[in-house]
Design a protein around this ligand. Structure first.
Ligand SMILES: Nc1ncnc2c1ncn2[C@@H]1O[C@H](COP(=O)(O)OP(=O)(O)OP(=O)(O)O)[C@@H](O)[C@H]1O
Length: 217
């Protein structure tokens, strides 16, 4: 039976199930994200975080349940899907054309804010892991999506880039964009509006309190 959509949610998942053969990874995951909300999904390795994000992004069909998205989507997968022969600048132009953007201003601004302008003419195949991750993030943000899904976005970032990353997220949030971040490491819980633990294939809200709490689950 189709349930009634939540009018206040920009992204909503209800009773999502996903199995790989006999392995039931998602067993009724529910998630609701409102505009301007920053939600962290935390879980141990192999708990199904990436599987959940792929089903939310629509790149992996759920076996059961519903995912509703209103507005545009930006998705930053854990492993960047890039063409190693194309330069940073070429990726920017290619994705800007795919999104029918009028120019490259936003892309250049993101490159500047993430501090990798010097690599604009370098092929992706010659970039370091952290710089590839910056490009991955830039491309997901290029069209200023209403909902942004980020899979382990700051792994490989140095501390300064990590802080720039949060500045960017704060800007998005202030402009009403919804952000879902998947991570197995939460350095600062109070950056999030809500944390959800993925346990046994279901999401359980965690009370966010305190500052600089290091959670390694
Ligand atoms: N395409 C697939 N085929 C078979 N099994 C899969 C597939 N994708 C994921 N799995 C399995 O599903 C489980 C959840 O994987 P997933 O990558 O979603 O976990 P995760 O929480 O993101 O892990 P990590 O923190 O290590 O990135 C794992 O046991 C994994 O081996």
């Amino acid at each position: 039976m189709t349930s009634v959509p939540d009018p206040g949610a920009v992204l909503e998942a209800r009773d999502v199930h996903k199995s790989f053969r006999a392995h039931h990874v998602l067993r009724g995951a529910d998630l609701r994200v409102a505009p301007g909300q920053l939600v962290g999904v935390v879980g141990e390795n192999g708990s199904g975080k990436s599987t959940l994000l792929k089903t939310l992004a629509g790149t992996l069909p759920a076996d059961r349940g519903e995912v509703r998205l209103s507005g545009s989507l930006g998705y930053c997968p854990q492993v960047p899907v890039l063409n190693h022969n194309l330069t940073v600048g070429q990726h920017l132009r290619y994705f800007a054309a795919a999104h029918r953007l009028p120019g490259l201003d936003r892309g250049r601004e993101l490159i500047r804010r993430l501090g990798y302008e010097q690599y604009e003419e370098k092929p992706a195949g010659e970039l370091s892991g952290g710089t590839l991750q910056k490009l991955n993030l830039t491309l997901a943000l290029l069209h200023d999506p209403d909902v942004l899904l980020l899979d382990e976005p700051y792994q490989g970032f140095d501390w300064e880039t990590y802080l720039h990353f949060w500045d960017l997220v704060e800007d998005l949030r202030e402009r009403g964009r919804a952000v879902v971040i998947i991570t197995h490491l939460v350095f600062e819980q109070d950056r999030f509006d809500r944390l959800e633990d993925l346990v046994g294939g279901r999401l359980e809200p965690r009370t966010v309190s305190g500052r600089d709490t290091h959670v390694n689950v």
